[in-house]
Every structure is written in structure tokens, then in C-alpha cells.
Design a protein around this ligand. Structure first.
Ligand SMILES: *Cc1c(COP(=O)(O)O)cnc(C)c1O
Length: 369
């Protein structure tokens, strides 16, 4: 058993470069890219991905939490980093690590302004988010003018960018809603510009926005999932390469007789003689329990092997009755051969959740080329 290959999430940095290059071609030359590396770069490895994007010349990195930004700085990343959801009590840390906050609410704006004044910051770069319809985070449109004036009169802060977020950039059947968001954002930008005296960098598009709304690319776009090889457009996915590949070995093969059951609560009972294999990946690794009982599958030696019975915390059992295989063979849970999109769809969720949900327990293995 010593030389069995181990469970791992392989991260293909060449695939990342390929996807980055693809998206660069979808935007104007002067449009900047803000790459989302939140949630451990969508479940991969934020430091490895961040360093590779830095080497590729990305303009900004974006994370959600302050601690995510600090981890990138501690790893030596120098690229500007936007923090979407910093908290007022983290402001001194933001400044210490040269992280650029999104000021997404009145309280965050006030807290940062007070800190900047008290600490004599000099034109510290910040970003302001406007809520144009997502109703998650952001300033009200009516605040544009007063914010413009506040930044115009402050030497402590520099408004680097303003942005908004689309609620359904992926669904072109609801084009009117996104178009309404675009009009609102245009209006708010103009109002702010006239109070401020210049137009800060503007951005609105996530991955699907980049693909579906070229008229809203503005001066920058925020790309996350597409860089990791996934979009909601099948044709485009063919042009992208999957960055993360989750694999695990068969650690035991067993023969079942009719009437034998599998896993907790005996949800699966063999009706005929069967061969099953055990894979060391479970719900503590990010394989949702909903994948059990025939819903989910893994890819093994060119075939789909269904997951039988309940998913355990640390293991799943798969049906290999019809698949020639041995202990030590690797299964692919998702990757180039086994689409995370189809697998996630099988339990009614989206691929973002599946790929970003691979927990820390799974070792990351970086493939440079
Ligand atoms: C995560 C995130 C993005 C990237 O979205 P994708 O759909 O992954 O491209 C863009 N903007 C904000 C504010 C985000 O939180």
C-alpha cells in the first residue's frame, strides 16, 4: 500500500495562463483585469495562482476577506489587491499590508475616512461599490454626489475606482435587468465625476458579464471563474482549460453478494453480485452528501463510476462491477475528463460551489507545465 498515489487537487498553472490569455483577447487592450482569487482562488491555491497571475501581468487581484489579502502579501505578492468585504476593525491591518478596501457601506466609508484622517494617510487608494440592483452590498445611487465631494476635498483618500455587480450577467434572457443596472451605473458615474472632477476607473463585469456585455467593460473587468476554466457557455468552455483536477486512488476493492449493503444506513443494497471500490474522499473534503446514492459519479479508466450509498466523512464507495481497475488506480472527481459542471448539476448546485468547496484537508499539487 505504501506506493499508492495519493488524493490531491492538481493545479495546472499553464491552464491558468491559457485562460488569462483567452480573456485578455475578449477585452480592449487598455481594459484592465482584476482577477478574483478569493476563497483560495476558487478552491485551488491562492498563493500559487496569485503569483502566476502577477507574473502574467495582471493589474489587480481581488479577495473578499482581509485575511485573504494578508496571506497573499505574506507570500510576497506585490500586485495591488482589492478587498471586497473588509470590516471596520481591520482597517489598520489593511493599511499595514497595503490592501485597497472596497467601501461598500456608509459605516465602512466613515470608519475608513476617520482612520485615514487620524493617521494622516496620503491619498490612500480605495474603491467604492454602488448597489444597482444586486441588493447585496453597495452605496445607494443617491450618495454619488456627496461621495464625490467627500473624495474631492480629502487628501487622505484617493478614489481609485467605482464599481457595481450584476445580478444575472449569465442569463441573457433577462437582458433588460442588466441593461437597467448598466444605465444606473452610468448615471451614478457621471454624477460622481462631476462632483469629484475626474472619472475614476469603472468596473462592473464578472466572467459572464465580460462575455455577454461588451458594452459594459468600462476601464476594468473582474474575472474569477473563467480564469479557472469554467463559464456558463459550453462553446466557450471548449476554448478554456480546467485549472483544478481532483483525483484520488482506489484504496480497496471488494466483492458484494446479493443482499449486501453499502455505507451508513444501508441505503444501497446489492441485487446482483457486484464489485465496489473505496475512494478516500468524503464530505469533509468537499464531496457533498447529496452526491451519494447514485446521484454523483467519478471518472475511472474512461468510464463513469456511480457513487453508491451514503457519502461518508472521509470516503465514498463506487460501482466498478463493469470497470477493469485495481487498487491504486486514480479516479478523477472533476477535471478535464469529468466535468465539474455536470457533476454539480446532478445535485442541483453550480460548479462554483463544487470547486470552491474542496477543503484544506486535500493536498494541493502545483503543476508548472
Ligand atoms: C467573485 C466576484 C467576482 C468574480 O465573479 P466570477 O463570476 O467568478 O467571474 C466579481 N466581482 C465580485 C464583487 C466578486 O465577489
Amino acid at each position: 500500500m505504501n506506493d499508492l498515489p495519493s488524493t490531491r487537487l492538481e493545479i495546472d498553472l499553464q491552464a491558468l495562463e491559457h485562460n488569462f490569455t483567452y480573456f485578455k483577447k475578449q477585452i480592449r487592450k487598455e481594459t484592465k483585469i482584476i482577477a478574483a482569487v478569493k476563497a483560495n482562488a476558487y478552491g485551488t491555491d491562492a498563493v500559487a495562482v496569485g503569483k502566476q497571475l502577477e507574473a502574467l501581468g495582471v493589474d489587480y487581484l481581488a479577495v473578499v476577506f482581509t485575511r485573504e489579502g494578508i496571506a497573499l502579501r505574506k507570500a510576497g505578492i506585490k500586485t495591488p489587491i482589492i478587498v471586497f468585504q473588509a470590516m471596520p476593525r481591520e482597517i489598520s491591518q489593511l493599511v499595514e499590508y497595503q490592501l485597497e478596501p472596497s467601501l461598500y457601506s456608509d459605516s465602512m466609508f466613515r470608519a475608513f475616512s476617520v482612520y485615514a484622517e487620524e493617521n494622516n494617510l496620503n491619498e490612500y487608494p480605495v474603491h467604492v461599490k454602488f448597489n444597482t440592483g444586486m441588493n447585496r452590498l453597495g452605496m445607494a445611487l443617491s450618495q454619488a454626489e456627496s461621495l464625490g465631494i467627500a473624495f474631492e476635498t480629502s487628501n487622505n483618500l484617493k478614489l481609485k475606482s467605482i464599481f457595481t455587480h450584476f445580478a444575472e450577467s449569465d442569463d441573457k434572457t433577462h437582458k433588460e435587468f442588466t441593461e437597467k443596472q448598466i444605465r444606473k451605473f452610468n448615471r451614478v458615474s457621471k454624477e460622481l465625476e462631476s462632483a469629484l472632477g475626474y472619472m475614476p476607473m469603472r468596473h462592473a463585469c464578472n466572467t459572464m458579464g465580460v462575455l455577454n456585455y461588451p458594452e459594459a467593460h468600462y476601464e476594468a473587468v473582474r474575472i474569477g471563474i473563467g480564469l479557472y476554466g469554467y463559464t456558463y457557455d459550453k462553446k466557450i468552455n471548449e476554448k478554456l482549460k480546467v485549472v483544478g483536477r481532483l483525483v484520488a486512488p482506489i484504496i480497496q476493492k471488494q466483492y458484494l453478494n446479493p443482499g449486501d449493503s453499502i455505507s451508513y444506513n444501508r441505503k444501497f443494497i446489492a441485487e446482483v453480485p457486484m464489485i465496489i471500490a473505496t475512494i478516500p474522499l468524503g464530505h469533509a473534503d468537499g464531496i457533498n452528501r447529496a452526491y451519494g446514492n447514485g446521484k454523483g459519479w467519478v471518472y475511472l479508466n474512461g468510464r463513469k463510476a456511480p457513487i453508491l450509498g451514503n457519502v461518508c466523512m472521509d470516503m465514498v464507495m463506487i460501482d466498478v462491477t463493469e470497470i477493469a481497475c485495481d487498487e491504486g488506480d486514480l479516479v478523477e472527481v472533476f477535471g478535464e475528463n469529468n466535468s465539474a459542471i455536470d457533476l454539480a448539476n446532478s445535485i442541483g448546485t453550480i460548479y462554483y460551489e463544487l470547486i470552491a468547496g474542496v477543503t484544506n484537508r486535500v493536498p494541493r499539487h502545483i503543476i508548472e507545465n
